[in-house]
Design a protein around this ligand. Structure first.
Ligand code: SF4
Length: 338
């Protein structure tokens, strides 16, 4: 078990654990201050688990994903913590080790597929380049690579003719499928999907999520889905982590989060969902997310919270157990539910 002085979500580790994130901190150095984009996040992910990280813009979700991929760039830096992928500390790897780990162990389906694809290189070449760059051992033959490309395209629901096409010839959904083919080309154990359906229409969104689920099941991989669409996430994930101002503020099984959310921010996120039966009762979250460079003292959510107490403006709450597999950081639960 990873020893840490920080509160964690799902602390116990077993041989089934694919990912252990332990007190991860990612900071940005700016001329005025140090911005704590990810500040002490800890959680564990089992094989086959589907975790959704949810929160408004600026909550630290994508910064966390970038750090897990070993792709944090200046002025950002990993300030502290550990990330264990199948027992190996990702943050301790050198560039060559990390290159061999990407795609074969951990892979990212990026937010904007077009930006991650080279518009003037054919799809087949881009898939093959990924395999050659990241595969360990003997280089596959040309025939093996071509066969693999066809197999990957089939798996993500694309026809073989897409291999000869350029990304600019593809629809948004097709580009996202190509990005998924590249991400799964070396059968990773963990797939991180960073808002994979943003800018897609609702029908295509659903199809992309179905394909992502099929890929995950086919590989017995774990998934971290990053997003803010609670409706879409409810249908895909089995576990939800709610992020606010760089911290994990609630974590638990999807049913518990939707039926018995404990943190006032989680409750507000769920209440902001349009409901078929209660369309007129859905409401937005008052106020705006805080500026990370100038966080309020105490609980970062206190200026927007309808349950705010004096202590909330002074003392920062810590994540604590609030139910089976469920944890939340809020002064409302101190002392009575540990
Ligand atoms: Fe609201 Fe206080 Fe809980 Fe923060 S700690 S969510 S301000 S009740």
């Amino acid at each position: 078990m990873v020893q840490t002085g920080q509160p964690v979500a799902e602390t116990s580790t077993t041989s089934d654990d694919v990912l252990v994130v332990d007190d991860l901190r990612v900071y940005y150095d700016t001329p005025r201050s140090v911005v704590k984009a990810v500040d002490g996040v800890s959680f564990t992910l089992r094989q086959g688990q589907r975790l959704a990280l949810v929160g408004e813009s600026g909550s630290g979700k994508s910064t966390l994903a970038t750090a897990l991929m070993g792709m944090t760039k200046a002025p950002g830096r990993v300030h502290g913590g550990h990330v264990y992928l199948t027992g190996r500390d990702l943050l301790a790897m050198n560039r060559a080790e990390m290159r061999l780990t990407r795609l074969s162990e951990i892979a990212l389906v990026p937010q904007a597929a077009l930006n991650s694809l080279n518009p003037v290189i054919r799809v087949q070449r881009q898939i093959i380049d990924g395999i050659i760059d990241h595969a360990e051992g003997e280089k596959p033959t040309k025939e093996e690579l071509n066969d693999r490309v066809q197999e990957l395209l089939r798996t993500v629901g694309l026809t073989s003719s897409v291999a000869r096409m350029f990304p600019h010839e593809l629809s948004g959904g097709m580009k996202q499928r190509v990005a998924m083919a590249i991400a799964t080309s070396l059968s990773p154990k963990l797939i991180i999907a960073d808002e994979p359906t943003s800018a897609l229409d609702v029908v295509v969104q659903r199809q992309i999520m179905e394909t992502l689920g099929q890929l995950q099941e086919g590989l017995s991989a774990s998934v971290i889905l990053i997003g803010h669409d609670m409706g879409l996430i409810a249908q895909f994930a089995d576990t939800i982590g709610i992020m606010y101002a760089g911290k994990l503020v609630e974590f638990g099984p999807v049913e518990a989060i939707f039926e018995n959310a404990q943190h006032p921010y989680t409750q507000a996120l769920i209440q902001s969902l349009p409901s078929f039966n209660h369309r007129l009762q859905s409401s937005g979250i008052p106020g705006l997310p805080p500026t990370l460079a100038n966080l309020p003292a105490g609980c970062s959510f206190n200026p927007r919270c309808t349950f705010v107490m004096d202590t909330c403006r002074v003392n920062e709450p810590v994540l604590r157990n609030v139910g089976p597999g469920q944890s939340a950081s809020c002064h409302l639960f101190e002392g009575d539910k540990e």
